[in-house]
Design a protein around this ligand. Structure first.
Ligand code: KIV
Ligand code: ZN
Length: 511
């Protein structure tokens, strides 16, 4: 019998800490459902004390999810633990994850606390969390740069206080695989009560070693890995869930454990997270990138046709890839639409949202006769963005380009319910459109990134535009899709502006 490797997904918490990746309650719910369908063991839904929005999101995920444990992050403060417990109340199974920094630099410079005080605080917070649930995780933040003797001391104390999972974070992505594996092994042998808790790891990717470090830890007895879809996360991100899970599954000759994940849901989750956050997946990204299973060179193609194992170590279908399939068309009804969405892990919690998405589907089907899963995923992401809370909406736009003429754009927007129009010329149709939008809203934001990709093949494909803007120190991503890439660009820009001007202010757990 193989051991079970617990998959703890933190896309909705650490993933959301990526600049620009903040998500709404509905977006988080949609992702949580996809993670549950994939059979992720633990979903870290957020940091409830951070803001009322975060609190409500964790509460909504806790109420909706039945087959995964829902976790909330809390610093060691009483208010944090109480807020996490309150937000998690509706959950069928919940976990409180509390943490405090243990490296000399963090204790001295950030916390300004003595090691004894840190131990005492950690123990108190674990005990408080245990008052609410018997599933408590403790993380010594920056463990990768902490002294091992101190780690042994604090971990022994928090296990005695009731912590059931001990998570070892390489917070700054500094560890090397052999050292990190050795650290896990030493902690497990030196701490007398180590057998009373599951050891977990949480690695950041600053040196591109997050997956390697996590797997080295698993080889040394860690039985939970914290990871995110597409490796999203603070700075260079976290260990990518898909890489961890597929490595362990593919190399069962090396690992003495396995996960319970339904890996065929990986691609759906990857696309959903990318659509919702506006973080495109690079084409050469392992497993979920467009080229991950594409064999371009003649020699490779020839080999794969004769015997796929010549160049493929996994089956593309096992990760969720399938030949582009026409799924729905112009005449498909609401039920067929709902059923296909369900099959690809997308469900709405209100009929209103479903109706909104169905309306968008019909509009798209009028323009584009063949609708693929990728189109449906984009429609759902757009419907989640397009809720009534959005202050600015596009009513209509007209863009004129002609060889030898300066492109011009006219736009009509609804701004807080009032209709306003703008006009501008620009260096190209996209530039003219964005300037026309700005002539109305004057947002004072700076464009940091603009990228266009096509959602499916063919010249009738929807273009998907991602923009990143900075406004008043806040960085947000916006995303839009349309068969007209100029309209997609305007949608993406408006989406980003709506996010940047929303009043959400949230605390960062580690600052
Ligand atoms: O990177 C980190 O240390 C964290 C902790 C909160 C686990 O995200
Ligand atoms: Zn982290």
């Amino acid at each position: 019998m193989k051991d079970k490797l617990i998959i703890f997904d933190t896309t909705l918490r650490d993933g959301e800490q990526s600049p620009g990746a903040s998500m709404t309650r509905d977006e988080k719910l949609q992702i949580a459902r996809a993670l549950e369908k994939m059979k992720v063991d633990v979903i870290e839904a957020g940091f409830p004390i951070a803001s009322p929005g975060d609190f409500e999101s964790v509460k909504a995920v806790a109420a909706a999810i039945k087959d995964s444990i829902v976790c909330g992050l809390a610093r060691t403060r009483d208010a944090d633990i109480d807020a996490a417990a309150e937000a998690l109340k509706p959950a069928r199974a919940s976990r409180i994850h509390t943490f405090i920094a243990t490296s000399p630099i963090h204790m001295q410079k950030k916390l300004r606390m003595l090691p004894d005080q840190v131990v005492e605080t950690a123990v108190r917070s674990v005990k408080r969390a245990r008052g609410y649930t018997d599933n408590v995780e403790f993380s010594p933040e920056d463990a990768g740069r902490s002294e091992i003797d101190f780690l042994c001391r604090i971990i022994e104390a928090v296990i005695d206080a009731g912590a059931t999972t001990i998570n070892i974070p390489d917070t700054v992505g500094y560890a090397m695989p052999h050292q990190f594996g050795d650290l896990i092994s030493q902690l497990r042998t030196r701490i007398p009560n180590a057998d009373k808790a599951v050891f977990s790891v949480h690695c950041h990717n600053d040196l591109g070693l997050a997956v390697a470090n996590s797997l080295a830890a698993v080889l040394n007895g860690a039985r939970q890995v914290e990871c995110t879809i597409n490796g999203l996360g603070e700075r260079a991100g976290n260990a990518a869930l898909e890489e961890i899970v597929m490595t362990v599954r593919t190399r069962q000759d090396v690992f003495t454990c396995d996960t319970r994940l339904d890996t065929t849901e990986i691609l759906n989750c990857s696309r959903l997270v990318s659509n919702v956050t506006g973080f495109p997946v690079q084409p050469n990204k392992a497993l979920v990138g467009a080229n991950a299973f594409a064999h371009e060179s003649g020699i490779h193609q020839d080999g794969v046709i004769k015997s796929r194992e010549t160049y493929e170590i996994m089956r593309a279908e096992d990760v969720g890839w399938q030949a582009n399939k026409l799924v729905l068309g112009k005449h498909s009804g609401r039920n067929a639409f709902r059923t296909r969405l369900k099959e690809i892990g997308l469900e709405f919690d209100s009929e209103e949202n479903l109706n909104e998405a169905f309306k968008r589907f019909k509009e798209l089907a009028d323009k584009k006769h063949e609708i693929y899963d990728e189109d449906l995923q984009a429609i759902v992401a757009d419907s989640l963005h397009g809720d009534d809370a959005e202050q600015i909406k596009i009513i209509s736009m007209k863009v004129v380009t002609e060889t030898g003429e300066v492109p011009k754009a006219d736009i009509v927007l609804s701004v807080s319910g009032a209709e306003q129009s703008g006009h501008a010329v620009g260096d190209g149709p996209v530039d003219a459109s964005i300037k026309a939008i700005e002539s109305v809203i004057n947002s004072g934001s700076k464009l940091l990134l603009f990228s266009v990709t096509s959602i499916t093949g063919g010249t009738d494909s929807q273009g998907e535009v991602t923009v990143r803007i900075e406004r008043g120190g806040r960085v947000v991503n916006g995303r839009g899709a349309d068969t007209d890439i100029v309209v997609a660009s305007a949608k993406a820009y408006i989406n980003a502006i709506n996010k940047a001007t929303s009043p959400v202010e949230r605390a960062h757990p580690q600052v």
